[in-house]
Unconditional design. Structure first.
Lengths: 111, 111
DNA sequence: CATATGATTTCAATTTTTGTTAAATATTGT
DNA sequence: ACAATATTTAACAAAAATTGAAATCATATG
């Protein structure tokens, strides 16, 4: 089963929705099945399922069947896409700091 | 001039668009005026203006008039919202790691 | 087998987003 | 005053995302 390349675009769009971000917040303390998620987040099962599909699509969560009941689907958080987003953020912050530093130097020279 | 509370929602939605993220990437190496941004990103001035309005709205960029020509508007990156996003990310990654650790411990105990 | 359960899919209606063209605003140079 | 420049706003159409309700799937259980 091939996993789609987690594009920043898709990841950010996924996280931009409060319900979906709530799902991530729940999942970060441990895996949960779809029903629990729908109850915890306060969405109808169909609505939750669609959000989960989206989250799965961008690689933020993965799905598994538990051995004792193959009807339920257990969702877990996948750290990779969050790592990529964090990397982008850190690059941005670093470059911004560099820019500030050279501007400061520029001021000092021109004094 | 009051600044709207930079909600994660708005910030993430803003960054989810490739054009807007490109703007941020350009601005992280230094301020630019609207015209340059529109050229660099490859959007018509009206389109760029609307993206800039959105970025301003969620606090990701700030606007200023240069003294020598009050027609142009110079945009700069504001680090605060990115910082908040990074904080959320770090919390998420930390909790996820904690969860993993306690699961590992659980396995060891049950062996 | 019949029925109940956990979850997903489909579909149509609605809303949101995005780009374009045309017009407006503000400012500068002649 | 007039024309040119930098940018924004408004109005509109096209494209994309979201949502609730009903239908469907797959698995479990009596």
């Amino acid at each position: 089963m091939k996993r789609k390349a987690a594009s920043l675009d898709a990841v950010l769009a996924a996280l931009a929705d409060p319900h979906r971000r709530r799902v991530v917040e729940v999942l970060r303390s441990g895996p949960q099945n779809a029903g629990e998620l729908s109850a915890l987040v306060g969405l109808s099962p169909p609505a939750m399922s669609r959000h989960l599909r989206l989250l799965r699509g961008c690689g933020l969560v993965s799905e598994a069947h538990p051995e004792f009941d193959a009807r339920v689907r257990v969702y877990s958080l996948r750290p990779q896409p969050l790592g990529e987003l964090k990397a982008w953020l850190e690059t941005t912050e670093r470059l911004w700091a560099d820019q500030l530093a050279s501007f400061k130097k520029h001021l000092e020279r021109g004094r």
